[in-house]
Design a binder for this molecule. Structure first.
Ligand SMILES: Nc1nc2c(c(=O)[nH]1)N[C@@H](CN(C=O)c1ccc(C(=O)N[C@@H](CCC(=O)O)C(=O)O)cc1)CN2
Ligand SMILES: NCC(=O)N[C@@H]1O[C@H](COP(=O)([O-])[O-])[C@@H](O)[C@H]1O
Length: 212
């Protein structure tokens, strides 16, 4: 049984906070914005950072923010239980993918059905699927001569970038854009919207559970 400190029970209300795990593989700017957003939230907290890349920037962010981390490995993730026992023992109720570069396995999908969301740096269904991550996405958008790009936040299912879309926002592709300049514009959209959408989806999930 976790102690009150581990549960981080809200001092005023005594209510155990709703616990989010963020999965990330890289720099972690989106993870950081989400951590900051929920730092003073009365009922929701970021309780765990899950990462598959030793030395990733997101791990330093977690350390600086005092958030526990879980470094995962391929074999147990893909051929084992997807770390479901560890997540459930940590009391994790919702998973946010923020630049996580491995496919979520069936075991984890089933344990957290409709409780995993992802942000993709393009307007799905275009420019999604295997191989479509980071600069590869922006390079493909520019190569196709698109006049606009944007972000998609969606539920995660067994396939890459296939789950129901929750939110999209667009930005212009400017003349002379490079993958880096477009990525910067996309990142601004992500930082503006992702924390708020995460909160809205979680509050809706809590509301649905409460009315069942
Ligand atoms: N079951 C699901 N898992 C994941 C999803 C999803 O929608 N369903 N979204 C991805 C995030 N993502 C796009 O938003 C994405 C990330 C990575 C890849 C990809 O091709 N990865 C490479 C491996 C890269 C590496 O190991 O460095 C690969 O699979 O070969 C595609 C899309 C997160 N998981
Ligand atoms: N297809 C998945 C994908 O490309 N995800 C993208 O990785 C970046 C992570 O940045 P961050 O580590 O600074 O949050 C974000 O732009 C996110 O949309």
């Amino acid at each position: 049984m976790r102690t009150e400190q581990e549960l981080n029970v809200n001092r005023e209300s005594g209510v155990e906070k709703y616990r989010i795990a963020i999965f990330a593989s890289g720099t972690g700017t989106n993870a950081h914005k989400i951590i900051q957003h929920f730092k003073t939230h009365p009922t929701i907290e970021v309780a765990l950072i899950v990462c598959n890349k030793p030395g990733a920037g997101v791990l330093s962010i977690a350390e600086n923010e005092g958030i526990p981390t879980l470094l995962i490995e391929k074999e147990p993730f893909f051929r084992g239980d997807g770390y479901v026992p560890e997540l459930q023992n940590a009391g994790i109720q919702f998973i946010v993918l923020a630049g996580f570069l491995w496919k979520i396995p069936q075991s984890l999908i089933e344990a957290y059905r409709l409780h995993i969301i992802n942000i993709h740096p393009a307007l799905l269904p275009k420019y999604g699927g295997k191989g479509m991550y980071g600069a590869f996405v922006h390079t493909a958008v520019l190569a196709a001569g698109e006049k606009e790009s944007g972000i998609t936040i969606h539920f995660v299912d067994e396939h890459y970038d296939h789950g129901d879309v929750i939110f999209q926002a667009t930005c212009l592709v400017e003349p002379g854009d490079t993958p880096e300049s477009l990525a910067s514009r996309i990142h601004q959209l992500e930082h503006q919207h992702f924390p708020l959408i995460v909160e809205q989806v979680i509050l809706a999930a809590q509301q649905e559970t409460a009315t069942k």
